[in-house]
Design a protein around this ligand. Sequence first.
Ligand code: HEC
Length: 193
Amino acid sequence: MHFSRSVPVLVFIAGAAVGALAQMPTYGLGRAPTEEEIRKWNNDVGVEGKELPPGSGTAKAGAAIYAQKCVKCHGATGREGPAHGTVAMVGEGALKGGDINPNKTIANYYAFATSLWDYINRAMPMFNEGSLSANEVYSLTALLLYWNRVIKEDTVLDAKTLPKIQMPNRNVFIPPWPPKYKAREKREYGLYP
Ligand code: HEC
């Protein structure tokens, strides 16, 4: 049978690969990452927010941190900053069905509030990424969502409340899978209606 003949060949190739690896010279370069380094890099928060750490924050607390760590690049209201003031351009040029070139602001262009948390946590402040505490990220997320009129000024954000926020344009986005893969999409992401 064709199958039974091909199996020994596969085993042989795999064996050869392992053998070759074992014989590879070591160049004395690099080192294994420490547990602490892996923990720091492995910090992604998915759209469902399951990985969100303990901590909390409000827009009020966020305003003080923003003034210290974000204002020099993003401006006093978040409109003056890079990428056409994407941090807060509150509903202007909203992303409605059919818009070809919408303003990609937080309220328009983030389908999930958890993505904003993840982005700030991993990418900001630019040149000092990863320096913010969980409380600071919750507070800054709250401030930017408040400026984008998604939450109230006194809303407390934490691992429970943040994933429950419904972003205004949540349902304008087209799911990544064509309709015939709906079942798979639901299984893998559990998100789409
Ligand atoms: C040194 C300049 C600098 C500082 C400081 C800085 N940012 Fe940014 N930020 C940028 C740039 C540049 C971009 C655009 C990056 C891109 O488009 O790839 C950006 C993008 C962002 C975005 C994404 C906007 C969008 O439309 O998706 C958010 C949110 C954000 N910054 C938040 C913050 C917060 C919160 C702070 C303070 C902790 C901060 N930034 C500090 C330069 C900065």
